[in-house]
Ligand binder design. Structure first.
Ligand SMILES: Cc1cc2nc3c(=O)[nH]c(=O)nc-3n(C[C@H](O)[C@H](O)[C@H](O)COP(=O)(O)O)c2cc1C
Length: 376
C-alpha cells in the first residue's frame, strides 16, 4: 500500500468498545430488493456479502420500525420477530467477510406512499405535506402523543431484534427527511406540545428515540453494541433547518454517549446555505464543533483513494462510500494492495451480475440518469 493512505487504515475504537479495523464505512443504501413479505432476500445477502470485505463497518439500507413507517417497495422491515431470521442472515453475511454490521432503522413519516402503509394513513409531526408547491404529496396526519410514544418504543424493539439477529449495532436514521428529521425540522414540525415549538422541543422526539434505544441496548446486549446517529445538515425550506440549527443539534448529540455521528451529504465538500458566516464545508464545521467528543463519519461523492484521503485529512474520524462501493466492491482491497489506479469510478452498463447488484437496485440506477457516474 502507498503509505500516504495510512490514515484511512488506522483502527478506531468506538465508545461502546467495538474496534473497527479501518476508517472506511459502507454507506447505508436501500436496494428495494426484499422478498414480497419485506424479509431480507438472497439477492440482498449476496450484494452485501460482496461489499463487506475490507471496509471496517457496513451500515445497511434502512429497515422500517413499524408498518406506518414503510417508505419503500422492497425495503426490508424490522417490526416483528418474524424478521429476525432474515436479519440474522444479513448480519452473518457481513460479519463473515470481516466488517462490523450495523442495521439502519427508520420511520418514513410523511415520505411514505399511501399504498405502503396501513389504511393509507400517512403520519408526521404535523399536517404539513412533503413536497410543498408541487401539490403531489399527500397531507400527513399529525401523530398523537400516544402514537409518538409507541413509535419511540418501536425503535427500541427494532434494536432488540438487531441484537438478537447478531448485528454489531444500529444507526438511527435521523436524516434525509424521514420521521426523526421531520420532528427536528421547523418546516415539518409545527406542534405546540412537548414535541414542537422551540428548537429544544423539536429535539424531544430524536432524543427520546436515542434514550429508548440505549435503554434497550443496556437491557439486552450481552456484548458491546454500536449506536450511531445519522442526520442531514440544513434543509432548503423556509422555515427550515439552518446550519445554526444543525450545530445546535450536534451539541446535543455529542453529549448523548453515541458511538458516532454520520453526516448525510451528497457532496463531502458542500458548504452551508445559511445560518452561519463561514465559508468552510459543513463537515469541517461540524467536526470542529464536535472536537474529540464523538467520532464523525463524512460521506458524499468520494470515488478515488485520493478523494478519500483528502476527506479524512479534514479531521473526520471515518468516511463512508456509497455509490462507489456499488461501482467497485473491491475499492478497499485495491487501495490496500497499492492498486488504487485500478479502482473503477464509473459504472459499466453490462456489469450487474459481475458486481452482484440486485435487479431492483440496478433498474433504479439505470432509469435515473445522472445519479451514478456511468461509463459511456
Ligand atoms: C441506492 C442508494 C440508496 C440509498 N439509501 C439510503 C438509505 O437507506 N439510508 C440512508 O441514510 N441513505 C441512503 N442513501 C444515501 C447514501 O447513504 C449516501 O449518503 C449518498 O449516496 C452520498 O454518498 P455517495 O456519494 O458515496 O453515494 C442511498 C444512496 C443510494 C445511492
Amino acid at each position: 500500500m502507498d503509505p500516504k493512505y495510512t490514515p484511512l487504515f488506522q483502527p478506531i475504537i468506538l465508545r461502546s468498545g467495538i474496534q473497527l479495523d479501518n476508517r472506511i464505512v459502507m454507506a447505508p443504501m436501500t436496494t428495494w430488493s426484499s422478498y414480497d413479505d419485506y424479509t431480507v432476500s438472497d439477492e440482498e445477502v449476496a450484494y452485501y456479502s460482496r461489499r463487506s470485505q475490507g471496509v471496517g463497518m457496513v451500515v445497511t439500507g434502512c429497515a422500517y420500525v413499524t408498518a406506518s413507517g414503510k417508505a419503500f417497495h422492497g425495503g426490508f422491515g424490522s417490526d416483528h420477530d418474524d424478521f429476525i431470521p432474515g436479519l440474522r442472515r444479513l448480519a452473518s453475511a457481513i460479519k463473515e467477510q470481516g466488517a462490523k454490521a450495523v442495521l439502519q432503522i427508520f420511520h418514513g413519516g410523511r415520505k411514505c406512499s399511501p399504498e405502503l402503509v396501513p389504511n393509507g394513513d400517512i403520519v408526521s409531526a404535523s399536517a404539513v405535506p412533503g413536497e410543498q408547491g408541487t401539490g403531489s404529496a399527500p397531507v400527513p396526519r399529525a401523530l398523537t402523543e400516544t402514537e409518538i410514544q409507541s413509535i419511540i418504543r418501536d425503535f427500541g424493539e427494532s434494536t432488540r431484534r438487531a441484537i438478537e439477529a447478531g448485528f454489531d449495532g444500529v444507526e438511527l436514521h435521523g436524516a434525509n427527511g424521514y420521521l426523526i428529521h421531520q420532528f427536528f425540522s421547523p418546516y415539518s414540525n409545527r406542534r405546540e406540545d412537548q414535541y414542537g415549538g422551540s428548537l429544544e422541543k423539536r429535539l424531544t422526539f430524536p432524543i427520546a428515540v436515542i434514550d429508548e434505544v440505549k435503554k434497550v441496548v443496556a437491557e439486552h446486549a450481552k456484548q458491546p453494541f454500536i449506536v450511531g446517529y445519522r442526520f442531514s445538515p440544513e434543509e432548503p425550506e423556509t422555515p427550515g433547518i439552518t446550519m445554526a440549527d444543525t450545530l445546535a443539534l450536534v451539541d446535543v448529540l455529542a453529549n448523548k454517549g453515541l458511538d458516532y455521528l454520520h453526516v448525510s451529504t451528497l457532496e463531502f465538500w458542500s458548504t452551508p446555505r445559511r445560518g452561519v458566516e463561514d465559508s468552510r464545508s459543513r463537515l469541517e464545521m461540524i467536526q470542529e464543533r464536535v472536537g474529540e467528543s464523538v467520532p464523525v463519519i463524512g460521506v458524499g461523492s468520494i470515488y478515488t483513494a485520493d478523494d478519500a484521503l483528502k476527506a479524512i485529512q479534514t479531521g473526520v474520524s471515518m468516511i463512508a462510500l456509497g455509490r462507489e462501493l456499488i461501482i467497485d466492491p473491491d475499492w478497499v482491497e485495491k487501495v490496500k494492495l497499492g492498486k488504487e489506479s485500478e479502482i473503477e469510478t464509473k459504472l459499466k452498463k453490462d456489469s450487474q451480475s459481475r458486481l452482484v447488484v440486485p435487479n431492483s437496485l440496478w433498474k433504479m440506477i439505470v432509469n435515473r440518469p445522472g445519479w451514478f457516474p456511468m461509463e459511456d
